[in-house]
Design a protein around this ligand. Structure first.
Ligand code: GLV
Length: 420
């Protein structure tokens, strides 16, 4: 690619595709590209770098991984129709999310306990997100304090993902901290009152919080500190018990209902002065309609990347129906199974306004920390920029269902989950 392309000056978004050139050129300077961004190779490399526990937690899915498998297969039944001789010279990957103009429709999905992937946990991830201008979601199961993650993210656009405790005072405290630390939306996850039955994690007793790692977000909370005191648990002397008390409050196994969601919407609106509130984990049209009725500002169509309900429908298949039902009434986001720019493109074409990626950056973090997250995400942005160039799409608004040829659902059993 010619870096002197004059059209570059007139683009409103960075010339992401130049990252390809940078990597092609780098060997002239005696350097090599950081690592291969092919999703299967990334996964393999992350497996080599991680501890057994880190690897199992990152790669585990519910049950037999059927939902994970079908999430990936669903992308394959939609194919992009390339257009030729379109003037894409001034193409634009930018979009808006809740009033924030961002350079691409891609965000960092909320993933907890990053300290099992890298000693600095969420901090390098939030930093890179801020640097790239992409929205960052902090999980309630995060392994750094809300305040530190907010600082690491700087002027970035950040959202707080809530796992709602049963302790209302604790919920209020978490939301207040998130608002005070500059988080601009609350995303309540609905599909994880407790973790699913995940064979590898169970077989290896792999629950970091019970073993003294990952509870920092809770341990730094003033309300939770009062709770610990009452229980007589000193978090320094008894980290396993303190971590367990925290996570048993987050993934408590007790179901919430729509009534409780109405309550928490009110609390967040009050604390934040009306900032957006969204639900994550919606797969059913009826639930999407209810979310709209009770006043949610957006929904994330997600099945937790296949980590919660085994044998469920593909999140991408759910997306189509939900867009048809409420696409004009709420802001629809998507996650679960994105591995490349073409996956991003397909989700947008099916009606998502924005997508979140998770495992890709987890692998980057596991392989090379901050540098790894940056490489993976810059690679994905470059891939999207180049895809739009070669497939003939000028901006995000042009990507709609006409951009796809879609085939009937015909999902076969596939033997290897990671080779999709
Ligand atoms: C938590 O969100 C998990 O999927 O482990």
């Amino acid at each position: 690619m010619d870096p002197k392309n004059p059209n570059r000056e007139h683009r409103s978004t960075p010339q992401y595709g130049l990252y390809q050139r940078e990597n092609f050129w780098i060997s002239n300077e005696g350097k090599t590209p950081p690592f291969n961004t092919d999703p299967n190779k990334l996964e393999e490399l992350a497996k080599q770098k991680l501890t057994e526990n880190g690897w199992y937690y990152a790669s585990s899915n519910a049950g037999q991984s059927y939902t994970h498998t079908v999430n990936r297969q669903a992308f394959y039944r939609h194919r992009i129709i390339p257009r030729m001789l379109v003037d894409t010279n001034k193409r634009d990957t930018a979009t808006t999310i809740f009033g924030h103009r961002v350079p691409a429709p891609i965000g960092f999905a909320p993933i907890g306990i990053n300290k099992i992937y890298h000693p600095l946990g969420e901090l390098p991830v939030a930093k890179v997100a801020g640097e790239l201008g992409l929205p960052y979601c902090l999980s309630t199961a995060g392994s750094n304090s809300i305040e530190d993650v907010g600082k690491a993210n700087g002027d970035g656009v950040r959202f707080f993902q809530l796992y709602m405790p049963h302790d209302d005072e604790l919920t209020v405290s978490l939301l207040q901290r998130a608002h005070d630390s500059g988080f601009k939306a609350c995303i309540l996850t609905l599909d994880t009152w407790q973790l699913a039955w995940r064979h590898d994690d169970i077989a290896t007793s792999n629950y970091a919080f019970y073993h003294g790692t990952g509870a920092d977000l809770g341990l730094t909370d003033p309300v939770f500190q009062m709770r610990l005191k009452k229980l007589g648990i000193d978090p320094i002397g008894r980290p396993n018990e303190a971590g367990a008390a925290w996570i048993d409050n987050v993934w408590h196994g007790r179901a919430h209902t729509w009534e409780k969601v109405k309550w928490v919407i009110g609390i967040w609106k009050q604390i934040s002065g009306g900032m957006p509130f969204c639900l994550k984990g919606i797969q059913c049209v009826e639930d999407a309609k209810t979310a709209v009725e009770i006043g949610c500002d957006g929904i994330v169509v997600s099945n937790h990347a296949g980590r919660q309900v085994d044998g469920a429908i593909a999140s991408l298949d759910a997306l189509e129906k939900i867009v048809d039902a409420v696409g004009d009434k709420t802001y629809i986001m998507f996650d679960s199974g994105i591995r490349s720019a073409s996956d991003v493109f397909k989700a947008l074409a099916l009606g998502a306004k924005f997508v979140f990626v998770g495992r890709l950056w987890v692998w980057g973090l596991s392989i090379m920390g901050e540098h790894g997250v940056r490489h993976v995400m810059r690679g994905l942005l470059a891939e999207l920029d180049i895809l739009m160039n070669v497939a003939g799409y000028l901006d995000i608004s042009q990507i709609d269902r006409r951009a796809l040829e879609s085939f009937e659902k015909n999902y076969q059993m596939l033997p290897e989950k990671s080779k999709l």
